[in-house]
Design a protein around this ligand. Structure first.
Ligand SMILES: [Mn+2]
Length: 291
């Protein structure tokens, strides 16, 4: 795709932000910044993209997402954040996703990653501003402001009731309710919930320890279980961590990473196709597709 000009990108970002600000796009039940995935829809779940337009395009093409939505098929696209920084086509990824949201607001859920986090929590690397400066020169600040405004409107989490909770980083270490998650954008920064949802990583040991990322925690299976029980789902689907296979399973946590960053030894990517409920398998790993 060709790179949009500054005005096209600003318009896409602002249109997407206004749709989210209005709340509850057509047919979608929401509570604060939590989305309920309709039970009779299939969900295509995408992990971190980090400017990898080729992988995004691969997933959209393979799943026929747009074509199926246009045919009226019940299918949702759920993206777990980290759209920008690191990769070669950050603007293209953002423009495509916001375009899809504007076109199909009831079928596209864009979650927040730590790279779209609140302005008071710094993330590194954050090369997106430099990318914008190179492409848009004096208009880049205006584009960046539109991006920040959109980031503040993105959803914190999505839930397929009884099945999975979907968010970027992980389970907060304090006991958390669905309400806490839905309101995390409002209780930030007094409460740590939003920061931890966007930054935490699962580990095999019980309990928690501060994360080496400098923000958030490593959380154990006991903390995962407490969260899953509290919100009545079976598994946690999240992104935030690359792996050589594109995904990894740790107890009830499935990590899905959808970009390839060869310089970080990340050469396989994955996404999930969560069908609408028939006979639920033993675990959700069978829904992971790698490429
Ligand atoms: Mn991340």
């Amino acid at each position: 795709m060709s790179v949009p000009d500054a005005n096209q990108l600003i318009e896409a970002l602002s249109d997407a932000a206004s749709i989210l600000k209005r709340g509850s796009p057509r047919g979608l039940r929401t509570k604060g910044k939590l989305v309920y995935l309709p039970t009779d829809f299939e969900a295509i779940i995408i992990g971190d993209l980090h400017g990898d337009y080729t992988s995004l395009q691969h997933i959209l093409t393979t799943t026929w997402f747009s074509e199926r939505v246009k045919d009226g098929e019940p299918v949702m696209l759920v993206c777990m954040g980290d759209y920008i920084d690191r990769g070669p086509s950050q603007v293209e990824v953002l423009y495509t996703l916001t375009g899809l949201l504007v076109e199909h607001p009831g079928n596209v859920v864009l979650l927040r990653g730590n790279h779209e986090g609140p302005g008071d929590v710094r993330v590194r690397p954050h090369d997106f501003p430099q990318v914008l400066r190179r492409l848009y020169e004096e208009d880049s600040w205006q584009v960046y402001r539109s991006f920040r405004a959109l980031a503040d409107q993105l959803y914190t989490a999505a839930i397929a009731p009884g099945r999975v909770l979907v968010l970027h980083g992980g389970a907060p270490i304090e006991s958390t309710s669905l309400d806490d998650i839905a309101q995390a954008h409002r209780t930030h920064p007094e409460k740590d919930t939003l920061r931890q949802i966007l930054w935490n990583d699962p580990v095999a040991q019980s309990g928690y320890t501060p994360s080496m990322r400098g923000v958030g925690y490593h959380f154990g299976p006991d903390i995962t279980k407490r969260l899953l029980d509290a919100v009545h789902v079976k598994a946690l689907i999240r992104g935030h961590q690359g792996s050589t296979t594109g995904y990894r399973v740790m107890g009830d946590v499935i990590t899905v990473y959808s970009c390839k960053l060869p310089h970080l030894d990340n050469t396989r990517a994955a996404y999930m196709e969560l069908p609408y409920l028939h006979d639920e398998p033993e675990n959700f790993t069978s829904y992971v597709k790698t490429f």
